[in-house]
Structure formats: C-alpha cells, structure tokens
Design a protein. Sequence first.
Lengths: 165, 165
Amino acid sequence: MSTDHPTPTLHARHDHAHCVADALTRADALCAQRGARLTTLRRRVLELVWSSHRPRGAYAILEDLSQQDGKSTAPLTVYRALEFLVEQGLVHRIESLNAYVGCASPGASHSGQFLVCEGCGDAAEIDDSSIRTAIESAAIARGFRVQRPTVEVRGVCKDCQEKHP
Amino acid sequence: MSTDHPTPTLHARHDHAHCVADALTRADALCAQRGARLTTLRRRVLELVWSSHRPRGAYAILEDLSQQDGKSTAPLTVYRALEFLVEQGLVHRIESLNAYVGCASPGASHSGQFLVCEGCGDAAEIDDSSIRTAIESAAIARGFRVQRPTVEVRGVCKDCQEKHP
DNA sequence: GTAGAGATGTTATAAAATAACATCATGAGC
DNA sequence: GCTCATGATGTTATTTTATAACATCTCTAC
Ligand SMILES: [Zn+2]
Ligand SMILES: [Zn+2]
Ligand SMILES: [Zn+2]
Ligand SMILES: [Zn+2]
C-alpha cells in the first residue's frame, strides 16, 4: 500500500511531534523577544505548516483550518498569517511549488536553500556557506547587489533513492 | 520621465534587435537539428518572450499575441508553446516571478541561474560553475541526487545601483 | 476608558494554470 | 496524389493561487 507522498522521510522515522513542539517554542521566544505578535491564529497556521516537512499550499492549510474549526475561513486569513510568518523568518515560501514550509533554524541567517525531493515531497532546508559564497561572488563579479538569494534544488532524497533503486 | 521598469538595462544600451535575431536563428538551427518542430506560433511566442530581458508572464505574452493578430487567443495556446520552448531549453521559467525569459545559451548545459534586478526587472542568466559545484557538493553530502537546481537571486543590478545611489 | 494601531472578518475579484474534447496540419508511406 | 497516424492548435470550461477594498474587532498605550 502506497500513495504518491506517503510519510515524511526527511530523516526516516523521526519524532516529528518534537519538531513541531520545538518550532512553536522557538517561535514563541523569538516573537516575544522582538515584540512581534504571534497571535492564536498565526500560531495555529505555523503549526499546520509544520504538520510535515512537505511544503504545503495556502489552500491546503486553509482546508485544515476550516476543518478543525467547523466554520469556514477565508483565503486571505491564511495568506496574511503566512505573510507574517515569512516576514518573521519562521516559515519559508518554496517558489517553485507555491507552497510553504517551516524554517529549520529561525533567528539564524537566512539564505533559504532547499533540497526538494520528487519522491516523498519533503523539502530539506540547508544552509551551505559554499553555496552562499559562490552566489555572492558571482553577483559581485557582475556588479550585482544581492538581496534575496533563492535556491531550490529538485531531485531525489537518500531514502527515496533506496526505495526505488 | 520614468516608469517602474523603463528600458532593459541588462547591459546599458545594447543592440537588442540583434539579441532577438540571434536567439531566433539559434532556435531554428537547434530545432532543425533535433527534429523538433518550431512552428510559426512557437516561434512567435519565442520572439515575444525575447521582446526584452525582463521575464514576461504567460498572460502578457497572450495579450501581445492577441493584439498582433486581432483575433483573441486562449491562454492554453501560449502555455503549450511555452512548455515546448522550455522543454527545448530555449526559454527558462523564473519560478519566483511566474514568468518566462529567453535562454542566453541554448544547447549548452543548463543549471538555470539568474540575477533578477528589483529595479529594472531584468533577469541576467549566468552559468557559474562554482555555484553549480557548491550545490552538487552540498547535495551529495546529504545523499541527495540533483535533478534540477533552481537559482534565482533577487537584488539590484549595476546600472540600477548607479541610478539610485 | 478612550483613542489609535494592528489584527481579523467579509465579499468580491484578479491572476495563473490546467482539463477535456474537437479540429486542423503535417509528413511518412502507399 | 491520397490516406492515415501523429502531433499541433482551437475552444470552452474549470481549477488553483493570490489580492483588493472595506468593515469590524482587539489589544495596548496613554
Ligand atoms: Zn519532523
Ligand atoms: Zn524523498
Ligand atoms: Zn538584448
Ligand atoms: Zn536593474
């Protein structure tokens, strides 16, 4: 029995509840420290983004939210919460998927580099200084001032390679 | 007098007609060589994508097309042409803009790296081996098999920096 | 408590992309 | 030339993603 995207396999079998709890705790701390308001709604959206390591679309989150509450929510509600979360660096938008994923290390410097698996759908965030440096150098060489580098690498993760050799 | 995105400034003042002619010639040659059918429609869409160095949205191209012909064209027509052009490596899709831009060196190896200027909107395609290598190494280190790296760097180009210092 | 700012609700609409099916054009083989 | 298979385009409808405009609520500072 298998579906297209079975279970998250970022690191095969891990305590994901811990990922979520940890993310929420750090978010609480960061926002408190910054005086940013992590409201109930925003916190809930953050939790839903973190429901797996697969980037989720705004409308998927919307559905979750509506389902949980019974009452239906408007898209804008979700988009606004996501906007806040992205601004605070708690969530990243994966441009090539029109989807959002929890940030692995909020607070730290962020260039946003992702390995996105075509098999399981997981997006692993990395922060590779060689990539950052290489991009910066290439830009400087052309007189280009970097503001926001986007790196999204499609491919197949280790686990998925082993499953389909 | 100035608009948001005045004229392409990829390399300030250049013979852009030459860029276009060149791109079309190379496209003709490549497709002939591959037995791919660069039909009138596809060729026209390619020309419209090349109308500047700014990535253009599918619907913008659609408008151009409809306007030129008088008769209105369906979105799908444009999307199908773009799909073909992307498959042939003649055009790149800029994920973070939902837009398309002509490829600077079709036929050659393609990792698709872009410096996208927030000022003039131009997207300069680069093919930097350090970036390619850094991504590949980072992926390998994690057992990840790279299929399609996406690099889209937002920032400000040289010309735009000089204009707004 | 009252104002003001920021957050959320509500309704409508825009922008981007695809699905399903019909028709047309092209080129290989006869 | 004609026929047929394949691929390209036309047509209509729909889905998915994102934003605009304006009303209401809520928290906080004073
Ligand atoms: Zn986890
Ligand atoms: Zn995988
Ligand atoms: Zn040019
Ligand atoms: Zn510029």
